[in-house]
Write a protein that binds this ligand. Structure first.
Ligand code: ADP
Length: 319
């Protein structure tokens, strides 16, 4: 194998740069050419493909975002479009491709692999919703960003005797919300995976404020619905001053944590080596601290569930 390519796709996440850097440096170390594809599948179709060298990935390990850019490309869902993409890759002599992205990007990758392009996926998303891996690149950084917000919200909430409702990202997955709730000491965490009764929550909140509680934090995963609506309902039902913060895209940014940099680097190296050793159609993830290979099709065809232990712990500690 003489050339591989690297691409980031879908929602960006902090640590994608560290992963891409590891892919590039590993390939070069092994004497293989490596191309960067700009702006995901969109750039692939527009043939924005450039050979990279070691310096191409200098000074990026500490940065959030992705130096390759990322994009959404709905046309990639059509087989004709993917056949076009395959031709473009083959014209450059690309014999294997590392895709760093979320579930959608990896689904696109699995379909491209069905056409014969060797693909290795890396889970790059703050949502931590990729099946088969406990870890995704960027989730730890996003979690720490949320935690920082909760710490700040606590200060102002306690000063005013308020209920703070905080909406966090995660798409259909409640992992970020649940982890942030546990780490931030939230009173309630609403996630799409677990049923909740807002009337009951409001009654409990009212009782605890009547008993002298100064403030409460309610974390809402975006998959549950709008925190603005939920906050309005809580305010009306409890009669307690309630404020809503929708954290939004700050969760995507920022310098990656040490954990995200190191794990992304480990995954990037494994991805490049796998392609060079003739392995493909896998996603590398991390379970129990070790890099593991997951079948690409299995990963995109299964939905990750939220660890019930986390749900239980959050419940016990908020009482
Ligand atoms: P993420 O990778 O973060 O989950 P998206 O779901 O937006 O982000 O997917 C990113 C891109 O991956 C899409 O814009 C599209 O180009 C490609 N993609 C997503 N789903 C599919 C699919 N079912 N078939 C082919 N390509 C897909």
């Amino acid at each position: 194998l003489k050339s591989i390519a690297i691409m980031t796709s879908g929602g960006d996440s902090p640590g994608m740069n560290a992963a891409a850097r590891a892919v590039v440096r590993t390939a070069l170390y092994e004497g293989v050419k490596v191309f960067g594809i700009y702006d995901g599948y969109k750039g692939m179709l527009e043939d924005r493909i450039v050979e990279l060298n070691s310096q191409s990935v200098s000074d990026i390990i500490q940065r959030g975002g992705t130096f390759l850019g990322t994009a959404r490309c709905p046309e990639f869902k059509q087989e004709e479009t993917r056949k076009e993409a395959l031709k473009i890759l083959q014209r450059h002599g690309i014999e294997g491709l590392v895709i760093i992205g979320g579930d959608g990007s990896l689904t696109g990758g699995s379909l491209l692999s069905d056409l014969g392009m060797p693909i290795v996926g890396l889970p790059g998303t703050i949502d931590n919703d990729v099946w088969g891996s406990d870890y995704t690149i960027g989730a730890d950084t996003a979690l720490n960003t949320i935690l920082d917000a909760i710490n700040k919200l606590r200060d102002t909430a306690s000063a005013h005797r308020r209920i703070i409702v905080l909406e966090v990202m995660g798409r259909k997955c409640g992992w970020l919300a649940m982890m942030a709730g546990i780490a931030g000491g939230a009173e309630y965490v609403l996630v799409p995976e677990v049923k909740y009764d807002l009337n009951k929550i409001c009654d409990e909140l009212k009782t605890s404020y009547d008993n002298g509680r100064r403030y409460s934090i309610v974390v809402v995963a975006e998959g549950v619905g709008s925190a603005v609506d939920i906050g309005k309902e809580i305010g009306e039902k409890t009669g307690i001053d309630t404020r809503v913060t929708v954290l939004g895209h700050v969760q995507r940014g920022g310098s990656p944590t040490a954990e995200d940099r190191v794990k992304a680097s480990m995954l990037g190296e494994k991805a490049a080596l796998a392609l060079l050793n003739g392995q493909s159609n896998i996603v590398f993830g991390i379970n129990e601290g070790k890099v593991v290979a997951i079948d690409l099709h299995d990963s995109v065809n299964n939905n990750k569930t939220l660890d019930p232990e986390l749900v239980r712990l959050a419940r016990v500690l908020s009482k």
